[in-house]
Design a protein around this ligand. Sequence first.
Ligand code: FMN
Length: 339
Amino acid sequence: MYSLLKPLLFAFPPEAVHDHVLGLLELVSRQKILLEVTRRFCSVANPRLEVSCMGLQFPNPIGLAAGLDKNALALPIWAALGFGFVEIGSVTAHAQNGNPQPRLFRLPEDNALINRMGFNNHGAKVIAARLELWQHTHGQPTAPLGINLGKSKITPLENASQDYLSSLKRLYDYGDYFVLNVSSPNTPNLRQLQDRAPLEQLLKIIMDFTKQQAVQKPIALKIAPDLTWEQIDEILEIALSHRISALIATNTTIARDGLRSSSQETGGLSGQPLKARSLEVLRYLVKQQDLPIISVGGIASPEDAQQRLEAGAALVQLYSGFIFEGPLLPNRIAKGLLA
Ligand SMILES: Cc1cc2nc3c(=O)[nH]c(=O)nc-3n(C[C@H](O)[C@H](O)[C@H](O)COP(=O)(O)O)c2cc1C
C-alpha cells in the first residue's frame, strides 16, 4: 500500500505533507472506534516483546523518536500503530516558531532527511494542557510517554538550566521519562551544553529537582553523533555521577559523508546515512558502562532493530524510517523481532 502512496506524498513539500498527515492522525486519535481498528490491525501484543528499562515497563522496544509529534497532537495513535513508547518534543519553555521555511528536505536517493526545524513547538504550558486533556479523554497511555526538552531560542545559553527546569516543572506530572536534548544542531550553540561545565550545571539542577519529587521519574540525556570518543567518555562520566537513567544515541548529524544526493542544505541529517555512526556510538557506549542505551539513527527494518538490540541497546527509536517505510514499520519490526 505505502509503496503506492509514497510517490504521491513525496510529490509535495515535506513539511506540508508532515502537517497534513499529522492532522489526519490527530483526527483518528480523537475517534475511539478508528483508534481501536488501527490498534487491532497494527499493534502486536506479545509478552516476548516486553522490556523493562529505567524502572518502566515497555510493551515492546520500538519507540517513536522525538520530533515527529513535537506537540503531542496525535498522541494516542502511536501506540495503536504498534510503537512501544512515544517521545514527544522537543518542548521548550517558551512557544516558538522555529526557523524560516523551507527547513525540512528529503534525500530520496539516500533514504535520508535534512532538517533545520529549530524546535518549532507550542511551548511547555500549552503542551501540558494538551497532555492533561489526552489523559482525561483517553486515560493513562498504554505505552510509556517520554517528554524531550530543549532550550528556548530566546534564552541565553548561560540560563539554559533554568529554561529546561521550567519546562520540566510544567510537564513533570505527564511524562513517564524525560530527555534533556543537548544535541540538536539547529539551535545556536545548544551542543555546547555537552561540554563539562554546562552539562554538570544542567544535570545538577535537573536531578536536584527530581530528587525532591514524591515520584522520581527517569531522566535521559540525548547526545550527538558528531562527538569524539574523548567527549563521549567525559559525558558518560558526568552522566553516571549524576545518576542519569539512560542515554539516547544519537541525534541527527552535521556530517555529510558518503551521500549520493548533492543537497547543500544545512541542518541535521537523519536516516540511512546515520545508521553506521549511530551503531558505532551504541557499541562504544555499551562497551564502556552499564547505563541503558536507547539507540536511534537509521533504523528502517526489523533487521536494523534486531542488530541494535543484539549490540546491547535497551530500546530503539525511529523517525526517518517511518517516512520512507510507512506507518506499518513498527508492526513489521515487532513481527520481525518475534520471528
Ligand atoms: C524533522 C526532524 C525533526 C526532529 N526534531 C527533533 C527534536 O525536536 N528533538 C530531538 O531530540 N530530536 C529531533 N529529531 C531527531 C530524531 O529524534 C532522531 O534522533 C534522528 O532523526 C535520527 O533518527 P532517524 O534516523 O530514525 O530519523 C528530529 C529529526 C527530524 C528528521
